[in-house]
Design a protein around this ligand. Structure first.
Ligand SMILES: [Fe+2]
Ligand SMILES: [Fe+2]
Length: 353
């Protein structure tokens, strides 16, 4: 295979990268030839700039590029964009990426407007193109995504399915997982988060996967590779020290936190109620009642116990069930419906089951 030329990997889809000598981390830009609305995917860094430009111009012309897809913010795929923009020189050039990437990507001094996939239903249907964008959060960036070309059933997978190694084959062989293992183990945050991304990917009808690193994967290899990837332990869980500390801190935070419904939780340590990051403000007496219910979660607490707890400094105060009912009513207005269960004639229960 002559890597000095662009290589057509599917109809009108070209590999326009270059072979980096003695580099285990080959980077692959791709080009979708679509007349004057062509697409350049993960263009690369300045290391490959001249080569990418030459190859695009051998198939089409830089000025025909209307879209540049950046699957995330890393320099190995995005650093050359400002120089690319100068050659493309189009007002209507759009940088396709996720809004979470823009605050980072702009530091390359990119001038063009953004097409933020999350504001366009994760789809580009224009100029005869039909691209679906599938988010793969935290694999390995918060706004990471992959692009699926519905015309050719090609998945441009960014860093996912990337491989590295001393030798490089253009097309993946049956042993490709071994080449991809180390990169994913080190770059993907954890097996469960990576599996979330893989599950979204595996439902696509893919003929070919074109990753930003490693080798191009053809249909016969895809299912087995995904299966192996799903079983891979990665990220924070990879090293015993990290894994044990993480599991410990998770169990500690679970001990301190009572998860209720719909994102509402009670922090035992702070004695505060939250909805996601926002505190749900309880008045002092409401807080006393809630603290009691939280201390006896999934158990019924009688109105008398609540009353005695509330007024333990005033032992001669007359019991009033109406007062308790009204406290419960006020608390209920601040939390998801059904969180505090009433058991008629028995009492109230904070329920998590
Ligand atoms: Fe990356
Ligand atoms: Fe990369």
């Amino acid at each position: 295979m002559n890597f000095k030329e662009a290589i057509e990997i599917a109809q009108n889809i070209y590999w326009v990268g270059m072979y980096l000598e003695n580099d285990p981390f080959q980077c692959h830009p791709y080009f979708i030839d679509n007349g004057d609305a062509s697409v350049l995917i993960d263009p690369g860094s300045m290391l490959e700039f001249d080569s990418v430009v030459k190859k695009v111009n051998s198939i089409s012309n830089m000025s025909n590029i209307k879209y540049i897809i950046l699957h995330h913010q890393d320099p190995d795929l995005a650093a050359s964009v400002p120089e690319m923009e100068k050659l493309i020189d189009r007002e209507d050039l759009r940088i396709i990426t996720h809004s979470r990437m823009v605050p980072l990507i702009k530091h390359y001094l990119i001038q063009s407007a953004y097409y933020e996939i999350d504001h366009y239903s994760h789809r580009l249907q224009a100029d005869g193109l039909d691209l679906q964008f599938v988010t793969t959060p935290y694999c390995h960036s918060p706004g990471a995504f992959v692009s699926y070309d519905l015309h050719t059933k090609t998945l441009f997978s960014g860093d996912i399915f990337g491989g590295m190694g001393e030798s490089w084959d253009f097309y993946a062989g049956d042993d490709y997982f071994e080449r991809a293992r180390q990169f994913h183990a080190e770059y993907m945050p954890s097996r469960d988060i990576f599996n979330y991304a893989l599950k979204k990917i595996e439902v696509l009808d893919m003929e070919i996967i074109a990753p930003q690193h490693g080798s191009i994967i053809l249909k016969p290899q895809i299912a087995a590779l995904i299966k192996q990837m799903k079983a891979l332990e990665c990220g924070l869980y990879l090293e015993d020290g990290y894994r044990n500390e993480l599991l410990l801190s998770l169990s500690e935070s679970q001990r301190h936190t009572l998860y209720l419904k719909e994102g509402v939780y009670w922090d035992y340590e702070k004695r505060k109620l939250f909805w996601h990051d926002t505190e749900i403000l309880l008045k002092p007496k409401e807080k006393i009642v809630f603290t009691l219910l939280a201390s006896k979660v999934n158990n019924t607490v009688s109105p008398i116990d609540i009353f005695n707890h509330l007024y333990k400094e005033q032992p001669h105060k007359d019991f009033s069930s109406n007062a308790i009912t009204s406290f419960i009513k006020r608390i209920r207005q601040k939390i998801p419906q059904g969180t505090i269960k009433s058991s008629y004639g028995v009492g109230y229960m904070l329920e998590t089951k």
